[in-house]
Design a protein around this ligand. Structure first.
Ligand code: SF4
Ligand code: SF4
Length: 182
């Protein structure tokens, strides 16, 4: 569902004659590669993904949709995160909670679909700041490598935390925010 009209369709601009030749750009690219190969690595080298560079606790990576202390999803599908998102990366569909679903969702409204396009996301943290329900946080987890673009659209299956394997985000919260979480 489209929540704002900020996105614009970008048209492909016509390539110049030199760009159509490709060769000058290939030679430039090869020259850069050769220069780096001759200079050797600068600083410590990590054999990713086996060895990962240490990340700060407040590093902004893969989001999590939090549950409350009773295991219910906190998100109420208000859309504020999507409106705050400068990359138009978030979309959702709201649904009404039924009586039988009270143990699943904290509020009367919830997100039946919640998606983040990780290719669009710039990990700015605006969604986290905009959320009035402390429902979305960025975490220090990396977004996985995928083989096709569609797999980078993360749905609730990847975003909502596992009820038995909670994700600790307390390092990201200020003392003021910890007190404000209801
Ligand atoms: S981190 Fe920023 S760009 Fe990514 S979904 Fe949140 S608001 Fe959008
Ligand atoms: S994550 Fe927060 S801001 Fe976004 S829709 Fe859910 S409750 Fe609203």
């Amino acid at each position: 569902m489209k929540l704002t009209n900020r996105s614009k369709v970008v048209s492909n601009k016509e390539m110049t004659f030199m760009e159509k030749l490709y060769l000058p750009e290939i030679v430039k690219g090869m020259a850069i590669t050769l220069r780096h190969a001759l200079e050797g690595p600068k600083g410590k080298v990590f054999s990713y993904p086996e060895v990962q560079k240490p990340r700060a606790k407040v590093w902004r990576g893969h989001h999590v949709l939090k549950r409350d202390e009773e295991g219910r999803e906190r998100c109420t599908a208000c859309g504020l995160c999507a409106v705050a998102c400068p990359a138009e990366a978030i979309t959702m569909t709201a649904a009404e909670r039924t009586k039988e679903e009270k143990h699943l969702y904290r509020e009367e409204k919830y997100a039946s679909v919640y998606e983040i396009n990780m290719l669009r996301c710039i990990f700015c943290g605006m969604c986290e700041e905009a959320c009035p329900k402390s429902a979305i946080y960025l975490t220090d987890r990396l977004v996985d490598v995928e083989e096709n673009r569609g797999s980078f659209i993360y749905g609730k299956d990847k975003l909502v935390e596992d009820v038995n394997n909670r994700i600790d985000i307390t390092d990201r919260q200020s003392e003021k925010q910890k007190k404000a979480v209801k």
